[in-house]
Design a protein around this ligand. Sequence first.
Ligand SMILES: C[S@@+](CC[C@H](N)C(=O)[O-])C[C@H]1O[C@@H](n2cnc3c(N)ncnc32)[C@H](O)[C@@H]1O
Length: 290
Amino acid sequence: MTMRSLSYDHSHYAASFNVFLKKSTEHQCMQEFIQKKLPGIISSVGHEKSSINVLSVGGGAGEIDLQILTKLQDKYPGIIIHNDVIEPNSEQIMKYKENAAKTSNLENIKFTWHKETSSEFESRMKTSKEMRKWNFIHMIQMLYYVDDVSATIRFFHSLLEPGAKLLIVHVSGTSGWAKLWKKLSPRLPVVDRCAYVSSADIKQLLDGAGLKYQSYELPSVMDITDCFTEGNKDGELLLDFLTETNNFVETAPLDLKDEIIKDLKSPELSEKRNGKFLFNNTLSAIVIES
Ligand SMILES: C[S@@+](CC[C@H](N)C(=O)[O-])C[C@H]1O[C@@H](n2cnc3c(N)ncnc32)[C@H](O)[C@@H]1O
């Protein structure tokens, strides 16, 4: 069996991502950022506007999007917010719709879901010559899944209105992810739709493109203890997520599996606390000016 990228199988991806969310403080650290920092970041994006256009690229099941929208609505009461979501995974779109229906006080938000990838959206925009502009665009934990990270950032940046902002949330260059991928990505399904890049690479691209941005570190951990118990279902799904590989345990060569298990336990990647291995899942939030 050959190693394939996790994103090929939408159901398996969603199952693996859900275990990752359950075992990590991923969404908690984003929530803290949204509570403490986002109000300042969005303080001018809707200034004197009759409506606000928000574009979510890779919105997933919408848990984080809905918190962002709530903050925007608090900041701009009574203003209509058009929230467009680009999301290729139909299961995630279904969950997003359920989550939006369950959230109260979203009466000023108009949702439109586009079941497509960011590059399909880009082609559609270019063909239709529509080129709508946006007041706030976010790409939260999705730039791993594009063919060309730099071109994708440049395209979405070009859709910003003057005074608008583009928020990218991505694994930090200081995280366990960056260290694991730096060492092992040549042996993972890299040619198969996964870009093993960290926020350090993204900042380098932004510097090269001369874009102005501000960056915040969001400390976070993931309990990976289950990865070390053979046959543990959650552990196997976490290993899939860590390596972005579909069925890593069944498809990876033995020496690679052994090496990853050893590396994941190393203090460079994980801290051992109360008998648990806590993987460094620190994120970066990068806010780019129009
Ligand atoms: C790690 S999840 C993050 C979801 C959400 N933003 C969050 O933080 O909870 C990545 C999401 O990006 C979506 N995705 C994958 N490839 C994509 C692409 N090429 N364009 C847009 N979204 C993509 C996936 O389906 C998935 O829902």
